[in-house]
Design a protein around this ligand. Structure first.
Ligand code: ATP
Ligand code: MG
Length: 363
């Protein structure tokens, strides 16, 4: 089939790399001609505007997107001609933190207390109810911790609201978490489901740096609870493709932070770490192929992001159990340039491998 991807970043690139062996063809619409995916497929449009998207739609049998910041209006328009997966409803909900949290509440999925903020007055009222510390976030468009303000004291309220530049925001109660976890799952057009194990994520300054798969010391009940939340979300949205939920592990169990209607950075380990990667499973789902097995290829896996600068990549290439994935991007502060996957047969081997790559991790 011909798959059209709205966007042309590293996620699109890795979707194509996983889909070519299945005999699919790929087209992208990005913003410039030097994005990570542009040389991998037909690039039809230089901009995601409704006029230019027509070329991509003419080429493709099915459309997907690589960002929750995709314009719902464009998806609606495309959908009149060819299917878009995940569907418009899923995109509409997941691109807005308020809609997302309203759905969590509706489905009895625990999440932080929250209120939508449109003014300084709203913020003062919300802090009165939710208390401090709390995090003020833009309702839409945030990524890698951008558009967020952690409020500890009352005297930061003005600064917090000013930092939002007047856009609609959401105040969330601060969750005292033990660990951050995520769950990735895929749902097919035929309503089949597959789940990856919970993984553990470490962030630094809002950016994911390390994922350990599977997360250690997770009892069966916790995995089942996360899968239950996932299943009711997938079914409620009639979701097709890969969905990610980010979770906090707390003293009182799991709380959901947010969800992403796409393949996710915390699932990159699955390229070598699972029998079928998240990328291949997304492509299988949206092209009506049977979903692939999500079992791990090794008992211990990890992923380290390469951020800002490439570093000593020869050291990675020399390690037998490490796999380098670069995105063809130039170096820039806080930019995701690639990642390293590691597989291991024991925890000690994994820890040793991570230690060898410590220069890729924050000090
Ligand atoms: P990304 O796109 O990288 O997932 P994001 O910009 O969408 O990030 P969030 O995931 O909401 O933003 O927040 C980024 C990080 O900030 C979280 O991974 C977590 O470490 C911290 N964080 C966010 N919300 C809360 C909260 N309510 N309580 C405690 N920590 C939080
Ligand atoms: Mg997040």
């Amino acid at each position: 089939m011909k798959v059209g991807v709205l966007g042309a970043g590293q996620l699109g690139r890795m979707l194509a790399l996983s889909g070519y062996p299945l005999n699919h063809k790929f087209g992208f619409s990005g913003n410039t001609d030097d994005e990570p995916a542009t040389l991998l497929g037909y690039t039809f449009a230089k901009k995601n505007t409704s006029d230019n998207i027509d070329f991509l739609v003419e080429f493709a049998d099915v459309i997907t997107f690589e960002s929750e910041n995709t314009d719902v209006g464009i998806v609606k328009k495309i959908n009149k001609k060819i299917p878009v997966y995940p569907n418009e409803k899923s995109l509409f909900i997941t691109q807005h933190r308020g809609r997302e949290k309203a759905l969590f509440n509706q489905l009895n999925i625990p999440c932080a207390p929250y209120q939508i903020i449109n003014s300084l007055e709203d913020l003062k009222t919300a802090i009165h109810t939710i208390g401090l510390p709390a995090i003020l976030k833009t309702t839409m468009g945030g990524y890698d911790g951008k558009g967020q303000f952690l409020i500890h004291h009352q005297d930061q309220i003005n600064d917090a609201w000013n930092s939002m530049n007047g856009v609609e925001s959401i105040l969330e109660g601060f969750v005292n978490f033990k660990r951050e976890l995520s769950l990735i799952a895929v749902r097919g057009i035929d309503n089949s489901h597959k789940y990856y194990p919970l993984v553990e994520n470490t962030h630094h300054q809002g950016i994911l740096r390390l994922t350990i798969a599977p997360a250690q010391n997770i009892n069966k009940k916790v995995q089942e609870t996360a899968q239950h939340y996932m299943q009711i979300l997938l079914d409620e949205m009639s979701y097709v493709g890969v969905l990610t939920i980010e979770l906090f592990e707390t003293e009182n169990g799991l709380m959901v932070n947010e969800m992403a209607p796409r393949v996710h950075n915390s699932g990159h380990w699955s390229i070598e770490g699972a029998n079928t990667s998240q990328f291949e499973n997304h492509i299988r789902a949206i092209t009506s192929m049977p979903l692939g097995d999500t079992t791990l290829t090794h008992p211990f896996c990890a992923m380290i992001n390469i951020i800002s600068q490439l570093g000593d990549i020869d050291a990675v290439l020399k390690m037998p159990n490490a796999h380098l994935h670069l995105y063809d991007k130039s170096e820039r502060k806080n930019r995701k340039l690639g990642h390293i996957n590691m597989t291991a047969d024991s925890q000690a081997e994994l820890e040793n491998s991570i230690k060898k790559l410590k220069d890729f991790l924050p000090k």
